[in-house]
Design a protein around this ligand. Structure first.
Ligand code: NAP
Length: 246
């Protein structure tokens, strides 16, 4: 029985990863998130997909003071986890940020400080047990933030850099970090937005993630074509990058 902790327990991508893991072997899931009803619905969906003996607990990414005990309690009650998936994220809209700086701060706090704090607590617990993998949902936006998503992109770049640096720090403790960088994924996060080129689905991201786990990859791009695309985009001179309708 594989024990899986999903932080951001109502995330469509995170739940697709848990379902995909459960297709390979039985999974006992624990879902941490901020909305108890959404967590219960998500758990029922996982149980319908074959998971068993799951539980949910409430945590808010912006309440960093509660992270250490919430993650430690989840590990203690489950007897540890083979896999932790960190899927907390908030997109927001650049136009709204211009109108209300508090919304921009919420996106920075959720995606970098909050998710970063949950990342640190997850790694602390995995190191203490001396094994396990942390899957971090980053984004292609971390590679080169665009003017249309500068706040979200900057926060994701910070989280991605933190995960990258700590992946090397925990390597000798037999703990792995897998960074997943999806492009545009059709989930409730992107509902109502114009669909970007190379858009993908939660199930396709989950498939790429589990393949990356099996291969021992450090980073997964989803879809894989995003890696060369962003390698090229990163080389574009700023004057050209600024004018692209991205
Ligand atoms: N969808 C995309 O195009 C895309 C692309 C690249 C990367 N990603 C990243 O992939 C991850 C999963 O995204 P998704 O597409 O699955 O979107 P999603 O379904 O909206 O999942 C986001 C998760 O973050 C949770 N969350 C947000 N703020 C929180 C807070 N303050 N405290 C606790 N939980 C909080 C949400 O909880 P609620 O349900 O309660 O809001 C939800 O569980 C995110 O990190 C996202 O940034 C998504």
């Amino acid at each position: 029985m594989k024990r899986v902790l999903l932080i951001g327990g109502s995330s469509e991508i995170g739940l697709a990863i848990v379902r995909r893991l459960a297709a390979g072997e039985p999974v006992r899931p624990v879902l941490l998130g901020r909305d108890p009803e959404a967590l219960e619905r998500a758990l029922a969906g996982l149980e319908a997909a074959g998971c068993s003996d799951g539980r949910v607990a409430v945590i808010d990414a912006r309440d960093a003071g509660a992270h250490q005990s919430a993650v430690a309690d989840a590990f203690a009650e489950a007897g540890g986890f083979e896999i932790v998936v960190l899927a907390v994220g908030l997109l927001g809209a650049q136009a709204a940020f211009d109108a209300d700086p508090a919304l921009a701060r919420e996106v920075l706090e959720t995606n970098f400080v909050g998710a970063g704090s949950l990342l640190l607590e997850s790694l602390r617990a995995l190191r203490a047990q001396g094994s396990g993998t942390l899957i971090v949902l980053s984004s292609v936006a971390a590679q080169r933030p665009r003017k249309a998503n500068a706040i979200y992109g900057a926060a994701k770049a910070g989280l991605d850099a933190l995960a990258n640096g700590l992946a090397d720090a925990v390597h000798d403790d037999c703990v792995r970090v897998l960074i997943v960088r999806p492009g545009f994924v059709r989930t409730k996060m992107t509902a109502g937005l114009p669909v970007a080129p190379l858009a993908t689905t939660p199930d396709a991201v989950a498939e790429a993630t589990v393949k990356g786990l099996e291969r021992g990859s450090g980073t997964v791009w989803a879809p894989a074509i995003m890696r060369p695309v962003f390698a090229l985009l990163e080389l574009l001179p700023r004057a050209l990058w600024r004018r692209l309708p991205l």
